[in-house]
Design a protein around this ligand. Structure first.
Ligand SMILES: CC(C)(COP(=O)(O)OP(=O)(O)OC[C@H]1O[C@@H](n2cnc3c(N)ncnc32)[C@H](O)[C@@H]1OP(=O)(O)O)[C@@H](O)C(=O)NCCC(=O)NCCS
Length: 307
């Protein structure tokens, strides 16, 4: 029998239960940082855990954090230890009821799971699908090597020199993606201060001494659930240079760099609405590894309480 219990705040004991569910999460590694939640350390006085139990075993959870007085974001995960137990609906309903009961008017909820996870349950409780983010993967090394046209210079990122021109490129290439396109100097500095940052893994291409494209790579060390792999973290080409083969060449160059760093797998996250990038990756040989879906629920005055 399934039951969902509310834990608020998230104490160390509850955090360890969340960690256990996350570590045995269906479809690989459980909670991810797509949601921007503080998943590295679940324990927090500002967070809430809604944990589904099946005969007293934790089998799934929603982890929620307030982002303002009346807004919250969260993630849903189910444990693969109990593949026959379906708790998507209980968890989705518990999340919506919790925010309703706490006068939260807007909820963003990420579903991390196998294809189809949470889709029907979300629809049933009034969570509207907003984004579909595919993590794609490709075995390495590739047979093809990157071919750049002769007028393009290929080098790596020079800290202290390239920040402003790169931000300009980032803004121009991600004009349709405000999250990425509106990065400021502070955002970039913060990312460059992360332990994994290595300018040697940040490919820059120039034409006439102007940066016109880049491919920034992150190497993820092996973890309990996953072998070492490399991710194409940010890739973009200046719109004036689209359709000339530079995007493909940058992906291939990034993947070559990943393979050179002893990774047998390369990955990339892409929004399914980004059809040009999505089909480029498919043409190169990437396939879906997981799909994260973002759902949004708004005030019950407009939508009505679930159930
Ligand atoms: C995705 C991106 C890097 C591709 O760069 P690009 O230099 O245009 O890529 P290429 O020239 O190698 O073209 C790749 C494929 O997309 C197609 N393509 C490129 N621009 C296109 C357009 N405007 N309309 C239709 N197809 C297009 C090309 O025809 C090519 O297909 P083909 O191999 O069958 O010929 C570029 O569109 C971009 O910077 N987009 C904004 C940032 C972004 O979304 N990054 C990816 C985030 S996951």
């Amino acid at each position: 029998m399934n039951a969902v219990k509310i834990f608020q705040p998230v104490t160390l004991k509850v955090a360890s239960m969340l960690r256990q569910i996350s570590d045995t999460g269906t479809h690989q590694e459980g909670f991810t940082d797509s949601s921007g939640l503080p998943i590295a350390d679940f324990a927090s006085t500002d967070s809430t855990a809604l944990i589904a139990f099946n005969n007293s075993l934790p089998v799934g959870a929603v982890y929620l954090a307030k982002i303002s007085d009346d807004q919250a974001k969260g993630s849903v995960i189910i444990s693969r230890n109990n593949p026959k137990v379906n708790v998507d609906l209980e968890l989705a309903k518990a999340a919506v009821d919790f925010v309703y009961d706490n006068d939260i008017e807007y909820l963003e909820l990420w579903g991390h799971g196998p294809t189809g996870f949470l889709v029907e349950a979300a629809a049933e409780v009034g969570l509207i699908s907003q984004r579909e983010l595919h993590e794609m993967e490709i075995p390495l090394p590739l047979e093809n090597s990157a071919k750049f046209s002769p007028e393009v210079t290929v080098r790596t990122f020079i800290p202290g020199n390239d920040e402003e021109p790169w931000l300009k490129l980032n803004h121009r290439s991600f004009v349709n993606d405000p999250d990425q396109g509106q990065w400021t100097r502070e955002t970039l500095t913060e990312r460059m201060s992360r332990p994994w940052f290595n300018p040697e893994l940040f490919i820059i291409i120039e034409a006439d001494k102007t940066i016109i494209g880049s491919c920034w790579v992150q190497i993820h060390p092996a973890s309990a659930n996953r072998k070492k792999f490399g991710e194409i973290y940010v890739i973009g080409v200046d719109p004036d240079y689209h359709g000339r083969g530079l995007g493909r060449a940058l992906v291939e160059a990034g993947l070559a760099l990943i393979a050179k760093n002893d990774c047998a797998i390369g990955t990339i996250f892409v929004d399914v609405k980004n059809t040009i990038a999505f089909s480029l990756y498919q043409k190169i040989g990437f396939t879906d590894r997981r799909i994260d879906r973002l759902y949004v629920w708004t005030s019950p005055t407009e939508k009505g309480k679930s159930g």
